[in-house]
Write a protein that binds this ligand. Structure first.
Ligand SMILES: [Zn+2]
Length: 781
């Protein structure tokens, strides 16, 4: 019924607008709905239509406030809708008073709850983080409509006890382009701990502002069975040890079953037989043993759990209006459950912060959490550490700096060294960002996604766990931004030490500056009259010392890079992480599709990067994937010929990861054996980086990251640049029988042509910035 109301209103909006605009809009909306990613041809409400609705609703309801909380990659507004009945116990129902207490004096906050039963709890509901899972935002719109205007008993009771915060369209570009990912090709629901994308940043800002008690993330489409279609979390094991999981699981399953009950009890609200015959919902924690876990903090609800929320992913059974109704019922189930149990639920949420502040973790072995982390800063290139400090602060984690010099475990640290005390409300989140992780290969049969993400190792900064609080006074940090500077008269040494350092090199080259590269991989620049060196260096954060340019250093030239574009095979863009890494390194990068390579070749490019699935060069793809690969056998041959011409003509070819390595062999650019581990394996590894221009700036025993691991055997005419370490090379993550790859080659280069294979995931989802320079080293070699 509500569906018809919304459609009728839409029509009204379109008719009222200028006719030309309305018809262009209609054509555009129609194009979006014909996208290969909407194969069901579901008639969803478009981004523009939702925005118009939200504005009208805000105008006509005294309960609703609409706020722009950020912009998408393509510049579309991201909207938060807050619904709270001002006539019921005051607009925000004392939550701000409680919120401050929660983090300062949690015990007081818990007592306060007993004395003020009339407070309202914040509940956050996110729509369609995966752009093509349309039903999420459609359900959100109908829920907003209901809570803005209805006055039935159920609505009133929910608004008396809760403040509803909707992130109505988490991924605007994804909805407009009908893609799962955002316009950068990043799956936002893998980006929560990294927060590399503006959409994730907006969502995290909203989350830390409200610190909701419940966090619901509306997705689709999962069906384990016809009787129990759809899926609602909590999950199967393994659970991340940084959670206070006992407090979460005390409520999470009951919350899910309350949603399930609402879905089943409202069978008459569905249109189709399939939905009318539903008997339940698949709840992984109850109905499965493994394979749907909440281990990594990369998913929105799991990230929210570190802020104490009862988080749940909700997967509708289908991309249909019944799917929307199903989502609405599930949310209603959760809202009723929260209304009934808010006092006890929020006291357990506050208990998490209490455990943090008091450093009492009854479910953890002593020593699991260190007392503090100490983060020293590199004088010449503080970029990685400062980026980490900023990240911690944005995530509600308190960071201080030492007032004086101090010693820890016999090692001296300077005044100004950063200290993250673990006696703080969100200690679990701090630890999940700063710890090394663990090897969980034997803990489960399957993992859903990554199993290791250590920021110190993958962003490349030091974070030393201290088992006792450092004996030094510390103070709050005000400004952490460091300006770079030139020391002496030059020429200057630019160390090959961070993404920012390489980016400075590229900026200088693009501005026509002369930059030289030494055989050890470091860079040198001379100040020329009228150059903007000083400004660029200031922005870079680097301190450049004067040093004579070594005789053997060679001038660098600005290069044009092409990367093979994955248009969306299996609804993802497998090249995106590497593309972002190259851009962060300052390279000018063009995406070029497999068909374009075949048709146009690579003239004008110096470097060609293949990073992504081997299916990119296939001509035998499923119908849905056909537009993204090659047309036929003949086009494959042309593609191969074009690459061959490029390499023969002096072009540089770089393959990154398992898929690209296999493809490189398929097109005949290498004859080594490409070995791969099980597909869902991933983790942090120890790597022996050998003396080579490709490994400049890395110590011999450094870190790497693998995802769908790959390594190379039967080397014959190749130079070895790096191999997995011999002993204990697998540090953290999930990779059964990883020992088969110990000591094996992982970065190699052909001797007779400029072809390099990098088995490590050097540019993984904008997270592995410590490894980005493996790409620039190869390009500048
Ligand atoms: Zn999804």
């Amino acid at each position: 019924m509500q569906k018809i109301i919304i459609r009728a209103l839409l029509l009204a909006v379109i008719v009222m607008g200028p006719l030309a605009i309305a018809s262009t809009k209609a054509v555009l909306a129609d194009q979006q709905k014909q996208s290969p990613f909407n194969s069901e041809h579901y008639d969803y409400v478009t981004y523009e239509e939702i925005v118009e609705h939200l504005k009208r609703i805000e105008k006509n309801s005294n309960r609703v406030s609409l706020e722009v909380v950020g912009q998408s990659t393509e510049g579309r507004d991201i909207y938060a809708v807050t619904i709270s009945d001002p006539e019921a116990k005051g607009k925000y129902g004392k939550i701000q008073a409680l919120r401050n207490k929660m983090f300062q004096n949690p015990e007081d906050a818990q007592n306060w709850v007993d004395k003020h039963p009339d407070f309202k709890v914040p509940i956050m509901i996110d729509g369609s983080i995966h752009g093509n899972e349309f039903v999420g935002s459609d359900a959100v719109l109908k829920l907003i409509e209901r809570f803005a205007f209805e006055n039935d008993q159920e609505t009133k009771e929910i608004l008396e006890n809760n403040i509803l915060i909707f992130n109505a369209i988490v991924n605007p570009d994804g909805r407009v382009n009908a893609t799962r990912y955002n316009a950068e090709g990043i799956d936002l629901n893998r980006d929560y701990i990294t927060q590399s994308q503006p959409e994730t940043e907006a969502s995290v800002k909203l989350l830390t502002e409200w610190n909701p008690m419940v966090f619901l993330d509306l997705h689709g489409y999962v069906n384990y069975s016809d009787e129990k279609p759809g899926l609602i979390e909590p999950t199967t094991p393994p659970h991340n040890p940084n959670y206070e999981y006992d407090l979460y699981s005390k409520w999470a399953l009951d919350q899910a079953e309350a949603m399930e009950a609402e879905i089943v009890n409202n069978k008459e609200s569905y249109e189709t037989d399939f939905y009318q015959n539903i008997e339940g919902v698949h709840i992984p924690a109850r109905d499965a043993a493994s394979g749907w876990d909440d281990y990594p903090p990369i998913f929105a609800p799991m990230y929210a759990m570190y802020h104490g929320a009862y988080g749940a992913t909700i997967e509708a059974p289908s991309n249909t209006w019944d799917g929307v109704e199903w989502q609405i019922n599930s949310v209603m189930g959760a809202l009723k459950f929260a209304t009934e149990n808010k006092d006890e639920m929020i006291k357990d949420q506050i208990e998490i912060f209490k455990r943090g502040i008091n450093f009492q973790h009854p479910d953890h072995e002593k020593g699991f959490f260190p007392e503090a982390y100490v983060l020293p800063t590199d004088k010449v290139d503080p970029n990685s550490t400062l980026k980490a400090i900023e990240h911690l602060q944005q995530n509600d984690i308190e960071v201080e700096k030492a007032k004086q010099a101090f010693t820890l475990n016999g090692k001296p640290y300077e005044a100004g060294t950063f200290i993250v005390s673990m006696n703080q409300a969100k200690a679990g989140l701090a630890n999940t960002i700063l710890w090394d992780g663990e090897d969980i290969s034997d803990d489960t049969s399957a993992m859903y996604d990554i199993s290791a993400w250590s920021f110190p190792e993958l962003w490349g900064f030091e974070a030393i766990p201290a088992q006792a609080e450092p004996d030094v006074q510390s103070v709050e940090i005000n400004n952490i931004k460091a300006d770079g500077e030139l020391s002496g008269k030059g020429p200057y040494l630019i160390p090959n030490s961070s993404t920012e350092a390489v980016s400075l090199v590229n900026e200088l080259l693009q501005n026509g500056g002369a930059v030289y590269k030494d055989t050890n991989g470091d860079f040198y620049v001379e100040d020329q009259p009228g150059s903007n060196l000083r400004t660029l260096v200031k922005d870079s954060g680097l301190t450049l010392d004067t040093k004579e340019i070594p005789a053997q250093a060679e001038p660098l030239k600005n290069v044009d890079v092409a990367i093979l574009k994955d248009g969306g095979i299996w609804k993802s863009q497998s090249h995106s992480g590497t593309k972002i890494a190259l851009e962060k390194l300052g390279f000018e990068v063009d995406e070029i599709s497999p068909q374009q390579v075949a048709e146009q070749g690579l003239a004008g490019y110096d470097v060609f990067v293949y990073s992504g699935t081997e299916s990119l060069i296939s001509y035998q793809l499923s119908e849905a994937n056909q537009p993204f690969g090659l047309k036929n056998a003949q086009q494959f041959e042309t593609f191969q010929q074009q690459i061959d011409n490029f390499v023969t003509g002096g072009g540089k070819y770089i393959a990154v990861g398992a898929g690209a390595s296999k493809a490189t062999k398929t097109i005949g650019l290498t004859d080594v054996a490409i070995e791969t581990g099980p597909r869902n394996s991933n983790g942090i590894v120890k790597v022996d980086y050998l003396e080579s221009p490709l490994t400049a700036g890395y110590v011999s025993n450094d870190i790497g990251f693998v995802y769908n691991p790959v390594w190379y055997t039967n080397l014959n005419d190749q130079t070895l640049a790096a191999s997995f370490a011999e002993a204990d090379f697998f540090q953290a993550g999930f990779w059964k029988n990883s020992e088969t790859a110990a000591g094996e080659a992982v970065i190699i280069q052909e001797k007779d042509k400029d072809v390099t294979l990098i088995g490590l995931e050097a540019g993984f989802r904008d997270h592995t910035s410590h490894l980005y320079r493996l790409l620039s080293n190869t390009i500048f070699e």
